[in-house]
Ligand binder design. Structure first.
Ligand code: HEM
Length: 402
């Protein structure tokens, strides 16, 4: 089936109406970079992402050259340098690490945040989800030697500055560069340096300890912290709010989620993410001819914008009734259920299981809070730099525990 933007095709077993919350804003804002071919169909999308001849081209990565790959964020690298850099952090993101190390942090931080929520009786959902995401990725990196609340504020500021749009004037660009340098400096001094100093004396099982063992410069370590911050904290903050919104609204889905085992809960979450992927489009430049995008094969060297949202609701990938929320879909298709929500190929998201488990653990606890209620639905906006939706001002309330 050719993907359409808002179909209401009759479906025998499910409601196949397009009810995606982020569809309208995503359609209005998603298009490939200038000169890139728009890839909506799953087969060429996967082929491109898995091609050995594909190079990362998001954030103009195909135009940036790093003299020293150590100083380059993993997202910007390709080939052997990319493989080597990914390998260093892979073990901190593996299912074993999640089981042995991160479950405890995900559970404890969720408990702490929800205890405070119960005492206050009200909270903004995105504040809770961001605090959780900061703590979980922070622990994986080893950012644990500064005051938690102050660290969260600094990370929020440094990430905001690092993805902000400078505007067109020289003055605004200079101002933003200054703001970036200032916030990065403060983040380094207050959070990264204490973490480095502590690990010099007593290495731990975290990424900063490995970077020190590998003799990374301080600058390279800060760059890694920022990369994982952007990739792992900003995305998960949005996804947790989106998943909660679906569960607040859909009683049957919520009951299934709460009654399910870990695998069933993951199936529910991945199905929500399929319909509402946080990353809308990713780019590659491919140094071999590509078939299936245009009528004729396209020559080597072309750039492609892979439309994750379109591919995820194409029947070729999702099966029948692609707009229905159907957590059994993946099992029926003997698929893992990730679809293209976390990308594919060598750059596929290394933190996908971390993101899903922290969401699962947090929501499991959230929906058991007495009197839990969504007082105000989130506003949806678009983050042009990240190419993703943002959900703000989702207010929740509960029976106060005081
Ligand atoms: C719901 C949450 C998340 C979503 C939707 C998501 C999505 C994605 C996608 C689509 C990519 C591929 C980008 C591309 O191919 O151009 C990616 C890459 C990446 N993600 Fe995630 N991600 C999430 C959470 C996380 C977490 C929790 C971490 C870290 C703990 C993380 C770390 C990364 C990194 C480092 C990359 C770059 C990998 C590379 O270029 O080799 N992500 N993510």
């Amino acid at each position: 089936m050719q993907m359409t933007d808002s179909p209401t095709v009759a479906c025998p077993a499910h409601n196949n109406t397009d009810q995606r919350k982020s569809a309208a804003i995503a359609i209005a804002n998603t298009q490939p970079d200038e000169g890139a071919h728009w890839v909506k169909r799953p087969s060429p999308a996967r082929k491109i992402l898995r091609s050995k001849e594909a190079r990362q081209a998001g954030a103009s990565a195909d135009l940036v050259k790093f003299k020293n790959p150590e100083h380059a964020p993993v997202f910007f690298l390709d080939g052997v340098d990319h493989f080597n850099k990914r390998r260093k952090t892979q073990r901190f993101l593996s299912p074993t690490a999640i089981n042995n190390q991160h479950f405890a942090v995900m559970t404890k931080v969720s408990e702490d945040l929800l205890r405070q929520f119960r005492a206050d009786g009200r909270a903004k959902l995105e504040d809770l989800s961001f605090s959780l995401a900061i703590e979980v990725v922070g622990e994986i990196l080893g950012l644990t030697n500064s005051d938690r609340a102050a660290r969260a504020r600094r990370i929020q500021r440094v990430l905001k500055a690092s993805i902000a749009n400078a505007g067109s004037s020289k003055l605004s660009r200079a101002w933003l560069n200054l703001a970036r340098a200032w916030r990065l400096g403060i983040f380094f001094l207050a959070d990264v340096r204490p973490a480095i100093n502590a690990r010099k004396h007593a290495p731990k099982d975290d990424a900063i300890s490995v970077y020190l063992e590998e003799k990374y410069s301080y600058f390279a370590i800060v760059i890694e912290c920022l990369t994982y911050g952007t990739a792992g904290m900003l995305t998960t903050r949005e996804f947790i709010v989106m998943a909660a919104w679906y569960l607040f609204e859909n009683a049957a889905l919520r009951e299934r989620f709460l009654a399910g085992d870990a695998n069933d809960q993951l199936a529910v979450l991945m199905e929500i993410l399929r319909l509402e992927p946080v990353a809308a489009m990713i780019h590659r430049r491919v140094h071999e001819p590509v078939e299936g995008v245009a009528e004729q094969p396209l020559p080597a060297g072309e750039k492609y914008g892979i439309d994750i949202r379109a591919a995820n609701v194409d029947e070729e990938l999702a099966g029948e009734c692609p707009f229905a929320v159907d957590p059994d879909r993946a099992k029926r298709q003997q698929d893992q259920g990730r679809y293209l929500s976390f990308g594919d190929g060598p750059h596929t998201c290394p933190g996908w299981q971390v993101a899903l488990h922290e969401t699962r653990i947090f929501l499991q606890q959230l929906f058991q809070v007495p009197g839990i209620k969504l007082e105000r639905e989130p506003d949806i906006s678009w983050n042009t730099q990240l190419g993703s939706y943002e959900l703000r001002n989702a207010e929740i309330s509960c029976t106060s525990s005081i």
